[in-house]
Design a protein around this ligand. Structure first.
Ligand code: AMP
Ligand code: MN
Ligand code: MN
Ligand code: MN
Length: 292
């Protein structure tokens, strides 16, 4: 039996709808034994989640999901086991936050031009003063009756070619890897099948990622189909990447998959949490008594 784990989740610190405490409580109810919180470009939920996890005796891994622009497309890099107090990481995240503010204003302006006023204030209301994400715009647009749910609203308004789309200008792959490495974390390519890349292009991404010190590949993602999992597992084996698993849970009403509810890592793949690097890092964190 593999450990019941979930290494990719979101809270209200970014675009999830459960507080860090409520997320941990739900993970506990779902018998999750090893949990990472990986909010987008922000670490502010980690200490609350760590405290709640300690209360339940659950193993907790401080994480992050960093937005990257690679070859004119957005790619997400998850960092696991990061030290959130690291200055290099926090300086990098401050840059991402600034871009999110600028982009938010630009999204609202574009929506206003297509006859939807008040989107900045509306999205900020859902963001609660923390990072501003397209998901917050999506909640506002659903509230305004522009589509029936988050997924439909993205399709209609928030993706490339639609009225509320503004291209990302995120960190480079190199920067994201620098920040994760500086913070002593392990980098993972998040939901690799989501980008619509050909295998050749995915191999190119993996090549650059490994050169920069990346180690993990999220073969099992709540957003992957069974076929995609099989394809990604093949690639992970061929490229000798450690395999990660995460639901990408954003809340009970906006979930691909329940917390922890995923198949085991396929045979022949090494789960990242079984790796030597993982053990070393987790021991190091415990020995130094690092708090999050
Ligand atoms: P942002 O980082 O602000 O550009 O927002 C990206 C987030 O929007 C992702 O992490 C997802 O939570 C959400 N998202 C992106 N595309 C979709 C989609 N097609 N349907 C639903 N949610 C999406
Ligand atoms: Mn999200
Ligand atoms: Mn993502
Ligand atoms: Mn995510």
């Amino acid at each position: 039996m593999q450990l019941r784990c979930d290494l990719h989740t979101h809270s209200t610190a970014s675009d999830g709808t459960l507080s860090p405490t409520a997320l941990v409580e739900r993970a506990h109810e779902q018998q999750v034994e090893l949990l990472a919180l990986t909010d987008h470009d922000i670490t502010s939920g980690l200490s609350e989640a760590a405290n709640a996890a300690a209360h339940y005796g659950m193993q907790f891994v401080p994480g992050i999901e960093i937005s990257v622009t690679w070859q004119h497309q957005t790619v997400h890099i998850v960092g696991l086991g990061i030290d959130p107090h690291n200055a290099t990481l926090q300086q990098g995240l401050a840059q991402q936050l600034a871009f999110r503010c600028e982009r938010g204003a630009a999204i609202a302006e574009r929506l206003e031009q297509s006859g939807i006023p008040g989107a900045l204030a509306g999205a900020q209301r859902y963001a609660g003063g923390k990072i501003l994400s397209r998901t917050h715009f999506a909640h506002f647009l659903v509230e305004q009756g522009k589509a029936k749910d988050i997924r439909q609203v993205f399709k209609k308004y928030l993706v490339r070619g639609k009225p509320g789309y503004v291209p990302g200008q995120w960190a480079t792959l190199e920067q994201a890897l620098d920040w994760v490495t500086a913070a002593e974390g392990m980098a993972v390519i998040a939901h690799p099948a989501r980008y619509g890349f050909t295998t050749t292009k995915l191999r190119k991404l993996i090549g650059e990622f490994r050169e920069l010190g990346g180690m993990g590949f999220e073969v099992i993602s709540g957003s992957h189909s069974h076929d995609e999992e099989q394809r990604m597992a093949q690639l992970a084996k061929q490229e000798r990447l450690l395999v990660s698993k995460g639901s990408d849970f954003h809340g009970p009403d906006n979930a691909y998959r329940e917390l922890g509810a995923m198949p085991p890592v396929p045979a022949g793949c090494t789960p990242i949490w079984h790796s030597e690097q993982w053990q070393q890092r987790m021991e190091m964190n415990q020995m130094s008594g690092k708090s999050v």
